[in-house]
Structure formats: C-alpha cells, structure tokens
Write a protein that binds this ligand. Sequence first.
Ligand code: ADP
Ligand code: DP6
Length: 336
Amino acid sequence: MEAIARANTNIALIKYWGKRDEKLFLPMNSSVSITLDQFYTTTSVQFSPNLAADIFLLNGQQENEEETRKISRFLDKIRVLAGKDVHAIVDSMNSVPTAAGFASSASGFAALAAAASKAIGLNLDERELSIIARQGSGSACRSIYGGFVEWQKGEREDGLDSFAQPLLDEKEWDLTIFSVLVESKRKKVLSREGMRRTVETSPFYSGWLKAVEEELVIAKSAIANKDFEVIGNVLEKNALKMHATTLGADPPFLYWQGATFDVMEQVWELRANGIGAYFTIDAGPNVKIICERKDEKRVQAALSELPTVQKIFVCHPGQGVTYLSTSDFKNRKEEE
Ligand code: ADP
Ligand code: DP6
C-alpha cells in the first residue's frame, strides 16, 4: 500500500485570504493561481497494519508532534473515505523553502492527498482530489492542476462545490515568474493564523471582499485573452490590498521586511522604464515577480542588482500532480 506523488506549488494572482469555515477550509472568496514548475513536493505514503501511529518525515527528519498531528488529521479524512483504519509513514521532500511564503503547504498537501488516496486504494478524479487537498491547506486544492487555475469558493456548507478548475494549460502562456528570496527563516505569523486574525479584527476586510470580486472578473478575462498588462496590473493591486488588511488587524502585523520593499521599488522602477514587470507577495517577506518571457533577462538583471536579494529562482508555468515509481523517489532522495 505505497504510492508516491509529486505536486508543484502555486502562486496566487488573486489571493485566497480568509475562511468562512475553518474546519472544512472553505474560503470567503474565490482565487486564481499559476502552478510553478520549479518548486515542488514529492511525497511517499505507505500504509501498514503494523504501525501504531502515523510517522511524518520532512526532508529526511522526523517532524514534531504538532506537525505530525496535522498530517494525521488529514490522513483521517482519507481513512474515513476508504473505510480503512490503518496508519502510515509519510516521507516527504520539499524542493521549496518551508513556511517562508513560497507555498510549501500547497505543494505539500496536494502531493499528500494524491499519494495517500492512491496508496489506500481510492480512485479519485482530479475534482475529488482537489476537494481533499483543500482540507489540508486551502491553496493546495489549486496545485492539483497545472497552468492557470481558479479555486471557486462554492456556496454549499459541506464544501462539495469548493474546488479548483483549470483555466489555461501551462503550455498556453509562457510567462516568467521570479521567486525572489530575501529571507528563508520560517515566518512568525503562519498564513492560517494571519487570515483568521484579519477576518476577525480588521475593519479593512469588508473592503477586501468587495474588491476581490471585481478583480477576479478582470483576472479571468485577462487570462482568457492572454492580456499581460491587464493581468499584471490586477495581480499587483490584489496583493497590495491583501497585505493592507493585515495592517488593520488587532494586533496588527505585516509580512514585509525592508528587503521586500527594495524589490517592490525595483519593480516600479522597471515599469517606469517601460518594462512590464509586476509583483505579488504571499504570507511571507519574499516576492514573486511576473513578466513576459521576452523581458526575462532584463528583469533578472535588475533584481540581481539588489544587495538584499539572497537568491532568485526563475520559474515558468508548471504541471499538475504526477505519480512516481518507488525507484524514481529513491533516486531523487539520493540526489538531494
Ligand atoms: P508556506 O508559505 O510555505 O505555504 P504556510 O505557513 O502556509 O507556509 O505552511 C507551512 C506548513 O505547511 C508547514 O508548517 C506544514 O504544516 C505544511 N507543510 C509544508 N510542507 C509540507 C509537506 N511536504 N507535507 C505536508 N505538509 C507540509
Ligand atoms: C496568502 O493555503 O497556506 O498564500 O488554508 O490555512 O492552509 P490554509 O492557508 P494557505 O493560505 C494561502 C494564503 C496566500 C494566498 C493564496 O495562496 O491564495
């Protein structure tokens, strides 16, 4: 009863920010993302009747009780669906910094959903997989698919209409997404806590919900038309609005650091010089910059000039979940 799956992270162009149901991970608003080719999680799940409890290894290290409990709670949903009461060894490798705003939770839970459901013998389609992955981490439901993806918030209380759907295949629009590392430490306010505090206390949250509805329409139409200027403008504005809500929270918080702002200013400088580059930032200090492939070198050169930038990863739209053989997984672990 073993299966191995790989899922790429995704970066939201229109953010998921706030839950209407914390238990089922039902969002307040729909969101839109690009799945990235360079950052991914590879997870092996092996169920065994000989195990007394679940074991969770991340990058070769056994994780603490709290992290293992998160995995067990997620596996419980899969065990209930399969009607099998059996524990698992989860062995996961992140080719992405963990808890630093690079969406390790998205690739992590998408890979876990795919590997665990296959290992236990469930034959789920992509929509069902998206619904399961959502219940590990909301953004994970979008990583089931490649390319440009929408997570429809849904209306139902049971969450069965809250899943991701592909908008445009990864091969259809060749954009460049730079993931710029300015800080690799685990962040202090996890996205889960950050969005909860914002929903509960920020007076700006109602403004967010109103704006995001309009921005979703603009973003989806820009993707359908492959209109780069329109998607760029709307994704940057949407990110700024999400971060503005955190300043109104109580206690207030901000994911940006000085280096985050250096990158933002450099992007504005590029645009002032006629180069179409736009930034977005998730729940951490690192920045993602999106440009057309033709401008990739110029944008990379401008980002490289910044002394506070530690590393620049060059990504392109990537594929959805794939399954690996045991030997592929062993080879990967030896490489890393
Ligand atoms: P990030 O920006 O990296 O997504 P989050 O705070 O949203 O940061 O999520 C980090 C959490 O995601 C981790 O604390 C862990 O619970 C979970 N996570 C990260 N990687 C994996 C993985 N490979 N498998 C399962 N869960 C993971
Ligand atoms: C800012 O999906 O990590 O990256 O559902 O609580 O696990 P949980 O949160 P998570 O939040 C992602 C927030 C975001 C925006 C986005 O990816 O849409």
